[in-house]
Each structure stands twice: as C-alpha cells, then as structure tokens.
Design a protein around this ligand. Structure first.
Ligand SMILES: Nc1nc2c(c(=O)[nH]1)N[C@H]1C(S)=C(S)[C@@H](COP(=O)(O)OP(=O)(O)OC[C@H]3O[C@@H](n4cnc5c(=O)[nH]c(N)nc54)[C@H](O)[C@@H]3O)O[C@H]1N2
Ligand SMILES: Nc1nc2c(c(=O)[nH]1)N[C@H]1C(S)=C(S)[C@@H](COP(=O)(O)OP(=O)(O)OC[C@H]3O[C@@H](n4cnc5c(=O)[nH]c(N)nc54)[C@H](O)[C@@H]3O)O[C@H]1N2
Ligand SMILES: [Mo]
Length: 774
C-alpha cells in the first residue's frame, strides 16, 4: 500500500505460491500490520490510533464483532484490525480532478483493490442521467435530488434502503425511522448475506437470533467446538480467548475443510512468549469435513449421545432441562435413530472413529460452546444445520449455564446492533408499535425486501431508488452480472461511503456518492464532540469515540447525512425534528431508550465504562420466547449436497488481506499466496484424478439446471490440503458463479459455500485485471 501514488491495477503474473502456515499471529502479525500503518499514516497517527482501538475512551474496531474482554489489554487489537484502521484513516484523498479524469465506463474496468486504494472521498459527487462522469455537488443540492426522486415515486416501496454492518446504532435507528416514516419496510442489509440463517434458526428454536454466551463463558468452558469459521483471519482476537480457555483446561475442536492456521496454532503477539516461543496448539481435534457435511455430523453426534443414554439411562442427557425447558424431544429421538452411518460418512468425508471421538468429547464435557460463522450459514441447508447445533446443545442442557451456549460469531462490527435498532425488512409488530407511538405515525406493516429480493425487484423495475448506508451490495452479492444489470435499471442510486467500490461505478441512471466520517474520526456537532454506540457478538453495547480530525471539511457524519436526507424529503411530517437530532446524539439515544427493548436509559448505560449487556432470555434465565414458550428440539431431514463425478464443491471465502469486498493487498499469508488472487485451492489427489497439475491455469465452470454454465476464467490451481472433493476461491471474484436464485432455505442467504463446479484447462492468462466471465 503506497499512499502517494494511486495504485496501478494488478496482474497476477507475479504470483508466488509457498507452503501454508501452521500457526497465526506472533511477531510476524504485528510487523505485518504496523509496516503499512506507519507507511500510510505516519508514526504519530499510527500510535495515536493503535493505542485507542477498543479502549474505554477510544473507538470500536471496525474489523469484526468479536467482543472485548472485561480486562482490556494495553493493545487490544489485532493485525487485521490494524489493517482496517489503516485503510480508513489514510490521509490520502481522492483529488477533485479525479472525477473529470475518470469516466464511469473507465472505472468499471478497475478492480475493487484499485478503487479502494484511491483514497478517501471528501466531497459529495453527482452523476446526472446524461453524463458518464461524477462531478462535485453541494450537500443541499444532493439532498434536494434525493427528496425529489423519493417524493416523485408512485409508492414508497419503490425505494429501498440497504445497510452494511458498520453503521452505528444511532445512524441505523434514524435510517430505519426515515424509511418507515416514508412508508416502506424495504430495509435489506448485509446480514441477509451473512448470519441470516442464524437468525432464522435461533429465533425459531430458542426465541432469540443472537449468541447465548457472554465473553466470560469462553474462559469457563470445557469444550469449544468451532465450526465453519476462520478466526485467525476474520476474528483474530478470538485466538487470545481460545488460548486463555485452553490455559483454563478447555479442549478445542475445529470442524473445517481447510487446515486454517489460526485453528492449528497461535502465538499471542501481546505476550513475550508470543514473540519468541513456540506456538500454542489450538485444536485438540481437527475434523477436515467435506463442504456442507455439518448437518450430517451433528446428527451423527446426537445419535451417539442418544445411544449412550440408552446404555447408561439417566446419565447422559440432561433430563431435568429437557423436561422443564424443551419440546420436541420424542420426535427428534425417533428421527435421529434412523440416521444412516454410511450416508453420514459420505456427506462428511469423516470416519466413524473421528465422529466417535468428538461425540465422546461432547459427552464428557459439562460446559460446551459451539461457535460458527459463514461455513455454516451460507449453505442451502444452513438454517437446519444451525437447528441441529441447537438440538445437540439442548440434549445436555448446554444453554443458559456458565461456560456453555450457542455462539454465532458475527462479521461486521455493528451488524448485530443495526438489527437491534430496527434495520430489518420484517421487524415484529411490537417494535413497529413502539416506533409509531414514539414518533406519532403508523409504520407500514407489509414486510420489505431483503438483499436478494431487492436485486430481483430492481431487475423487474419495481424498485427505482436504491440507497446504501455503507457497504458494497453489488460487489458482495451473488450473481454479479445480474446484480449489476439490475442496479443499472434504477433511476437513482445513492451510496453513503468512505471509499470507492464497485457500487459507485455500477449505478442507476443518476447516482450520488455522499462522503461520511469513519469510526476513527472526531465527530463534532453543535453540542460538542459526539460518540456513537455499537453492539458486539455477545450483545454488549458500548460507546465509540473518534480520535483523529475528519479527512475533510465537507465530510459529514452518517447521522447528519441520514437526518439531512430525511429533512429534505419529509420536512416536518409528524413533527419529527430531524435536524435537531444532529446537534446532540443524546436526543436520538433518548428515542432509542423508549423504542428498543433492553435499551432503557440508553444514554446513562452507554456512558458507563464498559457499556452494558442487552438482556438475553436463554442466557440469563433459560427463558425461551418461542411459539411454544419452550426451546424447540427440531426434526430436520438430511439432504447432503450432491456432487456428480468429475466435479468439486467450491467454497468462496476471504483471504487474509481483505475485508469482504475491500482488498488490502493481494497476499494471503497463512495460505502461502503472495501477489495474486486468481487462485483455486484443490486437494492434490483431486487434481491428479481430474488430470490437472498444480500451478496449471484453469477455467472454473458452475453448472445449473435450465441455464448455461457460468464461468470464471484464468485461475491458477494450488495443490492444498483441503478436504477431498472440495475447493476454495476468493470472493468477491467468485460471486459470478452463483445464481441469484441459489439461496438458503428460509433465510434466503446466497449459497456462497458448496457450489458444484468443474475445472477445465484454460488458455486465458491468469488474472489479467478483472476476472473474465461469460
Ligand atoms: N480480516 C477480516 N475480518 C473479517 C472479515 C473480512 O473479510 N476480513 N469479514 C467479516 C465478516 S462480514 C464476516 S461474516 C466474518 C466471516 O468470518 P468467516 O466465517 O471465518 O469467513 P470465511 O472466510 O467465509 O470463512 C469461512 C470458514 O468456514 C470454513 N467452511 C466453509 N464451508 C464449510 C462447511 O461446509 N463446513 C465447515 N465446517 N466449515 C466450512 C472455511 O474453510 C473457512 O475457514 O468475518 C468478519 N471479519
Ligand atoms: N461469495 C461470497 N459472497 C459474500 C460472502 C462470502 O463469504 N462469499 N460474504 C457475505 C458477507 S458475510 C457479507 S457481511 C457481505 C458484505 O457486504 P457489504 O457489507 O455490503 O460489503 P463490504 O465489502 O463490507 O463494504 C465495504 C464498503 O463499505 C464502505 N465503508 C467502509 N467503512 C464505512 C463507514 O464507516 N461508513 C460507511 N457509510 N461506509 C463505509 C466502503 O465504501 C467500503 O468499500 O458480503 C457477502 N458476500
Ligand atoms: Mo458478514
């Protein structure tokens, strides 16, 4: 990363492939983060920011939603947090001339990497319907354009308001209020592509779509099973908690098709031993499962638990818990007895002995946590797989006691808070009632569109104005070509952003980019410096205070932009004083106190040193607010992912140097890749069976019923010790391979993991700029 010369685009011709690593972080991790930070921001800015990440009077790290420990360390950040901060807090700005020099047509040829490297956006820009360029525009004119287009719609449902999970609670609350006063529940968000399956499953089974553990539970656990998550890259501070858990006697099991460095070993960079000593081994058992095999694995473990209970009646199950708190046990037991061991072995690629070992570990542990992320949620049967996680936990009362519970580990740093604040296309009536009472209006009740349905509605011409509070929907969602064509049909697209991405260059007829402050920046309003609040993965809510001066005088806070847009569009409809809320965010927090359950006295509670923890029925009192008032043990039919001969299952995942669609560098250190992203990881025996070599250039085809194959050309094969029959490539590049209609049952989350593919030798050179698609 060089701050001075905007980056040239890359070619993967210089790619270097070496052996993957067997442990994460350590001194290497610190150096890897500090070097670009100091180079980009200078020593002073780097030290100021790094000493304030996740501190009481500092700012909340925007890199993930992993919680802060009760006793925060001097340096409470990780390598990838440092990268996120550096990316945002770079002093590099997009110069005014950029907009005249670069047409949208030319920008559409650039990669996400190049776009993000151009620097911070510092003034609002507008593209008119008849121009191929953005040009600077003043804020009032920008708001007027939005207001005219929104007020000119035949129905408010012709607009949609997308949110990415970095928005603060306060900005999110105002944003959903605006959409609902306007008259629509069209509030899709990044969660639709992320933990939606978790929300659907847990809401059904235990009555809340959130983690049932607190941070301290990790330190008190006997067994932590980590399924479908790569904490070494995506939640590095979790490794510190895992190491401490191990010191306290916990065992750790990783369930993952890839041998992920952070799950194998860890050197804590915060400790002297982490600089010089040997890595701590993390996983006591590592199950390299076949993609999509988790539901079969979970059922197979439950079967063993029930069999052991039959042998030792009264000694294995938590009968009191099941009798008092659960329903559905009998039907479940009957169903699980039928689980076919051969089918399980095929679906998981694991041996009976490996599954026996994990089942033994589960039964001999009193306090068990199961943690998971995208390797579980982004599957066609993701929701049912999570219901099976809950089933297994319930059998031995592992919910609502110390050291135990269900722990979905969230992605974006405030994705959970945004939901709590009402960013959801189907908020319950109780929330809408409270919102309507507080602001004196009747909120719309018809459910809105989620991300996938939003793209469908754009494509059908039903949605005409698309507003994005952060994020990069076009880059992040499946079926890139369709999504882009759909967005181009909008009349107006609006992005609130810090930096450029694909969603700024693939736009509606008219487009606006509104530059906003990031978390690192001081936010001064009429009443003085303001703080915002966020909620982490374990429902802890706390304040975040910006530290460095704003990147430019024209950049506004997200709250000010939402309120400005709302004021211009709605005036004083229902007497809501939008502009007044900008002056002092306490006003917004007072409204939140009266509308959002668990947020009473929000101002007071978020001013406490460590904030506060939201109430959680299952965790706090084994209260399950489900349709039956009990935790529901469910029956789920196994339906393994079919993979025809000569095909592989592909997962699309993150490299070590990216944040979703933001590419920090072209390296993936732990997996041994340097200077390139056009790679596909395949087991060496599968390569041999397919008649392919390591290092060969291939085209990746995905096959679908009733439509032509999709293809991504010019990828280098990398022989890699993943599970047999499986492959991996990076998103967002691989999104073209997944049709919009390929979504998880119930949650409608794009199926980004376990895509059936075939590989063919290719003549296309590897990675010349954007991947070539058909
Ligand atoms: N540095 C950094 N941090 C991030 C992000 C980032 O991009 N960069 N993104 C943030 C966001 S929004 C999110 S949601 C999280 C994502 O965090 P993760 O869920 O860790 O992200 P992925 O890279 O998708 O990794 C999926 C993991 O699941 C495994 N996996 C895939 N399929 C299966 C399967 O079928 N079964 C099992 N058992 N395992 C499987 C993969 O091998 C991989 O280890 O991270 C957040 N934090
Ligand atoms: N194939 C495949 N696709 C996936 C996934 C996958 O694993 N595989 N993962 C999915 C997941 S888990 C998620 S969460 C989505 C992510 O979807 P999004 O959340 O929509 O995408 P991001 O790449 O996180 O958004 C990055 C952009 O946010 C803007 N930004 C950064 N900071 C701020 C800020 O403080 N304020 C504002 N207003 N803007 C800011 C910048 O312009 C940056 O370019 O992608 C999904 N897509
Ligand atoms: Mo996510």
């Amino acid at each position: 990363m060089t701050p001075h010369a905007p980056h040239e685009d890359f070619s993967d011709a210089d790619m270097i492939v070496t052996e993957p690593k067997e442990y994460a972080a350590g001194l290497g991790g610190v150096l890897h983060s500090m070097e670009p930070a100091i180079k980009n921001m200078g020593v002073g800015r780097t030290l100021k920011l790094m000493s304030k990440i996740n501190h009481k009077d500092g700012f909340d790290c925007m890199s993930c939603a992993w919680p802060d420990p009760e006793h925060r360390k001097l340096a409470e950040f990780c390598e990838n947090g440092a990268k996120a901060v550096t990316w945002e807090a770079t002093p590099l700005k997009i110069p005014r001339a950029f907009w005249a020099e670069n047409s949208l047509t030319s920008l559409a040829d650039k990669t996400e990497y190049w776009l993000g490297m151009q620097g911070r956006i510092t003034e609002p820009v507008y593209k008119s319907a008849d121009s191929d360029h953005y040009a600077p525009i003043d804020w009032e004119s920008a708001f007027r354009i939005i207001a005219e287009r929104l007020n000119g719609l035949d129905h408010p449902d012709e607009a949609a308001f997308y949110t990415s999970g970095r928005a603060s609670n306060e900005a999110a609350f105002l944003y959903q209020l605006f959409a609902r006063v306007l008259g629509t529940n069209n509030l899709p968000d990044c969660s639709n592509m992320c933990h939606e399956s978790t929300g659907s499953a847990m809401q059904y089974s235990v009555g809340i779509g959130k983690s049932t553990v607190a941070y301290s539970d990790f330190l008190e656990s006997d067994l932590i099973i980590i399924m479908g998550q790569n904490p070494g890259t995506n939640h590095p501070r979790m490794l510190t908690a895992l190491q401490e858990a191990k010191e306290n006697g916990a065992k750790i099991v990783a369930v993952n098709p890839l041998p992920e460095a952070g799950l194998i070993g860890y050197k804590d960079p915060q400790k002297l031993r982490g600089y010089v000593g040997k890595p701590t081994a993390i996983a006591d058992q590592y199950l390299q499962i076949r993609l999509g095999g988790d539901m079969a694995l979970l059922q197979a473990i439950s079967k063993r638990v029930l069999a052991a209970e039959a042998e030792r009646p009264g000694q294995v199950l938590d009968h009191d818990f099941i009798a008092q708190h659960c329903d559905g046990f009998e039907a479940f037991a009957a169903h699980i007895a039928e689980v076919d061991d051969r089918e399980v072995e095929q679906a998981t690629g694991l041996t009976g002995a490996q599954i026996d070992e994990l089942a033994e570990r589960y039964m001999s542990s009193d306090r068990v946590i199961i943690a998971w992320a995208m390797g579980i949620t982004q599957h066609r049967r993701g929701v049912d797989t999570i219901k099976e996680i809950i089933n297994l936990l319930l059998l031995r009362g592992n919910i609502g006691k110390p050291g135990a519970g269900a722990s979905p580990v969230r992605g974006h740093s405030n994705v959970q808070g945004d939901r709590t604040m009402g960013v959801w296309e189907k908020m319950p009536d109780s929330f809408l009632d409270a919102l309507g009472t507080e602001f004196g209006f009747d909120p719309p009740r018809k459910h809105g569109v989620d991300a996938v349905d939003g793209i469908r509605a754009l494509n059908a011409g039903q949605i005409k104005v698309w507003v994005g509070l952060g994020g990069n929907l076009i880059g992040a969602i499946s079926d890139t070509n369709l999504a882009e064509a759909a967005m181009r049909k909008a009349r107006l697209s609006v992005q609130f952003s810090t930096k450029l991405n694909r969603s700024h260059v693939v736009t509606g007829e008219e487009a606006l980019i509104l530059p906003v402050l990031g978390r690192t920046e001081v936010d001064v309003q009429r009443a003085g410096p303001q703080y915002i609040t966020v909620e982490d993965s374990v429902c802890a809510v706390h304040a975040s205070h910006g530290q460095i001066p704003p990147i430019g005088p024209e950049v506004r806070s997200e709250i000010a932009v939402v309120a400005g847009m709302a004021h211009a569009t709605l005036g004083d409809r229902h007497g809501i004083d939008w502009l007044g809320m900008i002056d002092n965010y306490d006003t917004i927090r007072d409204h939140i106190s009266r509308v959002v359950p668990g947020c009473e006295n929000f101002n007071e509670k978020t001013r406490q040193r460590d904030g506060f923890i939201l109430p959680n029925g299952p965790r706090d009192e084994r209260r399950f607010d489900t349709a039956t008032g009990k935790a529901r043990i469910t029956v789920n039919e196994l339906e393994p992912v079919a993979c025809p001969p000569g095909r592989l299952l592909l997962q699309t995942l993150r490299s070590h140097d990216q944040f979703n669609t933001t590419i920090y560098s072209l390296n993936d250190r732990y997996r041994g890749i340097k200077k390139g992203r056009s790679v596909i990881f395949v087991h060496p025996d599968d390569l041999a069976e397919l008649g392919l070599d390591d290092g060969q250039t291939v085209d990746i085809f995905s096959e679908w019923k009733d439509e032509p194959d999709r293809v991504l050309r010019g990828f280098r094969t990398v022989a890699f010790p993943t599970a047999r029959g499986c492959a991996a490539a990076y998103f967002p590049e691989a999104n073209v391979l997944v049709p919009l209609d390929s979504t998880a049952l119930e949650s409608n989350t794009p199926v980004s993991k376990a895509v059936v593919i075939r590989l063919e030798a290719s003549n296309t050179p590897v990675g010349v700029g954007r991947p070539v698609t058909q």
